[in-house]
Write a protein that binds this ligand. Sequence first.
Ligand SMILES: NC(=O)C1=CN([C@@H]2O[C@H](COP(=O)(O)OP(=O)(O)OC[C@H]3O[C@@H](n4cnc5c(N)ncnc54)[C@H](OP(=O)(O)O)[C@@H]3O)[C@@H](O)[C@H]2O)C=CC1
Ligand SMILES: O=C(O)C1=N[C@H](C(=O)O)C[C@H](O)C1
Length: 251
Amino acid sequence: MKIALIGYGKMGKEIEKVAVARGHEIVSIIDVDNQDDFNSEAFKSADVAIEFTNPMVAYDNYMKTFAAGVKLVSGSTGWMDKHGDEVKELCTKGGKTLFWSSNFSLGVAIFSAVNKYLAKIMNNFPAYEVSMTETHHIHKLDAPSGTAITLAEGILENMNSKSKWVKGTLTAPDGTVSGSTECAENEFPVSSIREGEVFGIHTIRYDSEADSISITHDAKNRKGFALGAVLAAEYTSRHEGLLGMSDLFQF
Ligand SMILES: NC(=O)C1=CN([C@@H]2O[C@H](COP(=O)(O)OP(=O)(O)OC[C@H]3O[C@@H](n4cnc5c(N)ncnc54)[C@H](OP(=O)(O)O)[C@@H]3O)[C@@H](O)[C@H]2O)C=CC1
Ligand SMILES: O=C(O)C1=N[C@H](C(=O)O)C[C@H](O)C1
């Protein structure tokens, strides 16, 4: 399969290794300095483009990729608030194809299913209060992480007593803590920690006066994200519309 990469940073480079190892050909690499390549024959020849950039430029890259008639897989986070509805409509009604996930790893897909199941169980045990903490490397531009937002949505879908997640505390790389975990009864806090080169840790905690239950996913490297993105690209080459992890892994 012919793959174009948009964004050649930490994830772009990891995806290139996995894609080549699986026998795919990288036909174009678009970074900040060669934006004209969206119009190149090489880019247009790709079966799928894989985009991992940042919250500010992802939407623009989607529009350029759609205009070039190329199907897209993207893991960029932090753009949904502003452009989510429009992008979804382009794919459900406008004939464009996007496979998006806040987290492409198999481990997080499993963790997400456990999270939903646990939230459902906890409906019967109101003595436990739910909260979430995510920890990532100091270069990360968005907080909370896209994965934390997806997991929080999974809790809201399954827990009757909660109707909203709110930003909790943010611990900056220098250890400074801002914000608060105080919230209304129908809300729960999602806190963020930025430290070192952490690949991504997500913990969901249920606390009572007597004890606490917590579940954690801890990424050991970026290989799981990259493999998931390439598997998604293989799937996307054969499918159309708005695609996501529930198409790739069923639980
Ligand atoms: N869904 C998932 O499984 C995962 C998602 N992510 C998300 O993916 C995104 C990228 O992560 P990561 O690779 O670690 O970040 P990096 O900062 O390492 O890489 C992003 C790259 O995109 C480049 N870039 C910036 N603007 C453009 C543009 N307009 N067009 C093309 N390339 C551009 C950057 O160049 P320069 O440095 O010169 O600005 C950089 O090389 C983030 O949003 C992150 O949250 C990350 C891991 C897993
Ligand atoms: O920026 C990262 O590194 C990551 N971003 C994604 C997110 O925002 O959830 C996925 C993963 O946690 C790594």
